[in-house]
Each structure stands twice: as structure tokens, then as C-alpha cells.
Design a protein around this ligand. Structure first.
Ligand SMILES: C[S@@+](CC[C@H](N)C(=O)[O-])C[C@H]1O[C@@H](n2cnc3c(N)ncnc32)[C@H](O)[C@@H]1O
Length: 312
């Protein structure tokens, strides 16, 4: 039977109060607070979310948090907890651990003053992947005109791009996630009707875009480790990331930037680099590979593995 490795509570990493204040000064109130083996805490606006593999870790982190509340000068309105199951099939939405049950479960958080809506009842993921903060920042710092956001989920990358004046196309199988994406546009005073949202299978849409000779100046490729698309079509990152990048290169304009990102534990940084180099060679395109800045709240080895390809 599969089981978790015995977690150690001694190797926990808590951000400093100075870092907490730095996030606030930068207009960010959605960040990790601590990371340890098998558990972590996120601050999400006025609330906390404790993620844990075991009940023991949850009890431990609640206790540890209480020791630090005064240090951070932050009293969460609510504390939610989310169990991290071994199997995806056992995933469920967070539950309320402490706080007023009558408050709305939808809330708004900020990242660099950009607003994102979260929903603690929506499912296992509440609406924003915090480990993509540096990549969203890069898209903001180096604006692109035409942005293709595949596996867009709640369209956080599209919102950031649209704020710089980009035309965006967001693609996701889930209409519900795209609707949440549209709401995120509105939350930031952006008109979603000026942008494209497509409920489709990325693996089917990319070849169609290529046939139509559409080109993009930035492409976000951040697929799940495993999914089933239209007609049960399977996507498995370790098998299909290479072909996904191959076809993405066909819709990449000269000097486009492509973000290659994965949570698949079998695809580490050297493997992503190998995939990128192989696809560039096959497509006869020249490009350079870049990493985004490490995040102060994500210790090495936590969060997704990402790589930017800058085409020449
Ligand atoms: C890991 S999330 C992407 C996170 C997103 N890049 C972000 O930073 O917010 C995966 C998303 O891919 C979508 N998805 C899974 N398989 C898909 C497919 N074959 N085509 C389109 N979307 C897919 C899911 O519905 C989900 O919203």
C-alpha cells in the first residue's frame, strides 16, 4: 500500500515578518506563510489556508501558527484547512476550521495590486496558484501584444497580460473556470468582451490555430500532470509536454516568449530544459532559456518547475 514518508516538523520554513510586510507593501496579500514536508500554510487575503497530509500535521501547524500570530501582526478572519490526499480522486474542497460560517466563501485577494477572486467552496483549488507569481510578474514587466493562455484555469495570466494592453486568448476545458476568468477581468476593470475565452481541449485547439496561421507573442503552457480532454483524450505531462511544445512553436511569432511549466514530479528542471532544446531543434527555431526569480515564500523544490523560452 502507498503511504506518505514520515513528515518532519523540524524542517519547517516560515517567512519573516519583514517579508510579510514586503508583500503587503507590494500590494500582495496572497502568499505562502510556511512550508514543511507534507504541509504548508497560505495567507489568502483576510484568511489562512492550512494544507496538510495528515491530521497530526494540521494540529501541529495550527499550534505553530498561534505562536506566531502576534509576530506577524495578523489575525485571520477564518482558518480553512485542506487535506492533501494521495490520490487525485480523493481531493475535496477546503473546510472551515475556525471563524464565522456565515461569511461568504468567495473572497478577493491581491497580487501586486491585481485582484483575483477565490472561492473556498469551488473545489480542491480555490482559484489562484501562488507559485506562478514570478511568472505573472514577468508577463507584466515584459508586455506581449498577443497572448495565448492555455490550460488557463481562472485566467490569472490573461488578466495580468490584459492589464498591459495585450489581446488575450484563454483556453480551458472548464467553462466554469473561464467564467471565473471573466469575473477576474471585471474585478480589474477590464472588459472581458474585448478578449477571447474558449472552452476547448488545448491539444485539439493548437493545431487549429496553427492551420489558421494565428501567431502569438507570448504563450503560457502550464498543463496539469494528468487530464482527460474532449472525447476522453488523455493528457499526461511526462508523455505529452514535448508534443504540446512542438505545436505551440507553430503558433509562436518571431521573438515570442513561451512559458513551459509543470507540477509533474517526473519532469525536473534539466528535463524541462531537454524538452525545450529538443523542440527548438525539431522546429528549427533559435531561442534562449530563462528561469524566473525564485520566490521568497517557496523554498527550493516546492512549487512548479518552470522555464521561459525566448525565441529569436
Ligand atoms: C494546473 S491548472 C492551470 C493553472 C493555470 N495555468 C494558472 O496558473 O492559473 C490546469 C487547468 O487545465 C485545464 N485542462 C486540463 N486538461 C485540459 C485540456 N486538455 N485542454 C484544456 N484545458 C485543460 C483544467 O480544467 C484546469 O483549469
Amino acid at each position: 500500500m502507498e503511504s506518505y514518508a514520515s513528515p518532519s516538523v523540524s524542517d519547517s520554513l516560515w517567512i519573516s515578518a519583514t517579508q510579510w510586510k514586503a508583500f503587503e507593501s507590494a500590494g500582495t496579500n496572497a502568499h505562502r506563510v510556511c512550508s514543511l514536508s507534507g504541509a504548508w500554510i497560505e495567507r489568502l487575503g483576510q484568511d489562512l489556508l492550512i494544507n496538510h497530509q495528515t491530521p497530526t500535521l494540521l494540529t501541529h501547524l495550527v499550534w505553530e501558527w498561534k505562536q506566531r500570530e502576534a509576530y506577524y501582526g495578523f489575525s485571520p478572519v477564518r482558518i480553512f484547512n485542506r487535506s492533501l490526499p494521495l490520490r487525485n480522486a480523493d481531493r475535496s474542497a477546503p473546510t472551515l476550521l475556525e471563524g464565522d460560517n456565515s461569511l461568504p466563501f468567495e473572497t478577493v485577494v491581491c497580487e501586486s495590486h491585481v485582484r483575483f477572486s477565490l472561492d473556498f467552496l469551488a473545489g480542491y483549488s480555490v482559484g489562484l496558484f501562488l507559485d506562478q507569481r514570478a511568472n505573472r510578474a514577468l508577463l507584466r514587466e515584459q508586455p506581449a501584444k498577443r497572448v495565448l493562455n492555455t490550460f488557463s484555469y481562472t485566467c490569472s495570466f490573461s488578466v495580468v497580460a490584459a492589464l498591459t494592453g495585450a489581446q488575450t486568448l484563454s483556453v480551458d476545458l472548464s467553462r466554469k473556470s473561464l467564467d471565473r476568468g471573466r469575473s477576474n477581468f471585471e474585478l480589474n476593470a477590464l472588459d472581458p468582451s474585448l478578449h477571447r475565452f474558449l472552452a476547448d481541449d488545448v491539444q485539439e485547439l493548437l493545431p487549429r490555430l496553427a492551420r489558421r496561421k494565428e501567431l502569438f507573442d507570448a504563450i503560457i503552457l502550464d498543463p496539469p500532470t494528468f487530464s482527460r480532454g474532449n472525447k476522453g483524450r488523455r493528457f499526461r505531462a511526462e508523455e505529452n509536454l514535448q508534443s504540446l511544445l512542438d505545436i505551440a512553436l507553430e503558433v509562436a511569432a518571431p521573438q515570442a516568449r513561451i512559458l513551459l511549466s509543470t507540477n509533474c514530479t517526473k519532469l525536473n528542471a534539466p528535463e524541462l530544459e531537454r524538452i525545450a532544446r529538443f523542440s527548438l531543434k525539431t522546429a528549427r527555431r533559435n531561442g534562449t532559456l530563462h528561469c524566473s526569480k525564485p520566490l521568497p515564500d517557496f523554498p527550493p523544490g516546492t512549487g512548479s518547475t518552470t522555464l521561459w523560452i525566448h525565441l529569436r
